[in-house]
Design a protein around this ligand. Structure first.
Ligand SMILES: CC(C)(COP(=O)(O)OP(=O)(O)OC[C@H]1O[C@@H](n2cnc3c(N)ncnc32)[C@H](O)[C@@H]1OP(=O)(O)O)[C@@H](O)C(=O)NCCC(=O)NCCS
Length: 187
């Protein structure tokens, strides 16, 4: 596995209820609306601390597509198949090709929460990562992000590997502790 593996990987996944597509400029209006509507639930997300403009959403989609084209990461925007409503963004990033392993990130639209749609989208991206050859996928969340901790452990079934002290600065710039979760091809 290397950067070429990622750059050549499928840009589209399907699940029972969702279509997952690599970022496109055409997604910008939906993401602009989603970020601004979901701001109260995005307190742990550094790039969503204030309302967005449509131009910011366009740059976000175009920048995401460039990272996918460069084989730097895999990014999927998930939409409901029935009404094309935006459900969330899932990415595999921070690859270590020697292992190989990656970290998964996910941000959902607050209006779609609780229907299992983010679970469905994230598990599809996890399965895709394993098909590409990943031996380990990590999910790392701040210890105070209770919704994300519950999601990783109970909805996704990831294994909790413990607490990482002062690993990063949070969205407010303070040193914070995080929980490390991981999942493996064998489950
Ligand atoms: C973390 C996050 C992605 C979780 O998303 P979510 O919308 O709660 O995800 P889901 O709806 O898939 O959650 C599963 C829930 O749906 C329920 N559910 C309903 N229908 C379901 C179905 N058909 N299949 C599976 N689960 C179903 C599950 O029982 C579960 O309920 P519970 O939370 O009461 O246990 C979301 O809270 C979020 O975007 N947070 C802000 C961003 C963030 O902090 N991201 C993490 C950064 S590390």
């Amino acid at each position: 596995m290397n950067h070429h593996t990622l750059a050549r990987a499928s840009r589209r996944l399907e699940t029972a209820r969702l279509l997952l597509e690599a970022p496109a400029r055409a997604h910008a209006a939906a993401i602009y609306d989603s970020v601004n509507t979901s701001l109260p639930t995005l307190g742990f997300i550094a790039w969503a601390q204030a309302p967005w403009t449509l131009e910011r959403a366009i740059r976000f989609c175009e920048g995401g597509l460039k990272m996918v084209d460069d084989g730097e990461c895999l990014i999927f925007n998930a939409f409901r198949r029935d009404d094309r409503a935006f459900v969330g963004r899932i990415d595999l990033h921070t690859f270590d090709f020697e292992v190989p392993r990656a970290e998964i990130g996910y941000v959902g639209d607050a209006r779609q929460t609780g229907a299992g749609l983010m679970r469905e989208a994230v598990l599809a991206v996890v399965a895709f990562g394993f098909r590409l050859g990943l031996a380990r996928i990590e999910a790392i969340s701040e210890v105070d992000n209770h919704r994300a901790l519950h999601f990783a452990e109970h909805a996704l079934g990831f294994r909790c590997e413990g607490r990482l002290h002062h690993r990063e600065r949070n969205a407010r710039g303070d040193l914070c502790d995080q929980m490390m979760f991981a999942t493996f091809p064998s489950g």
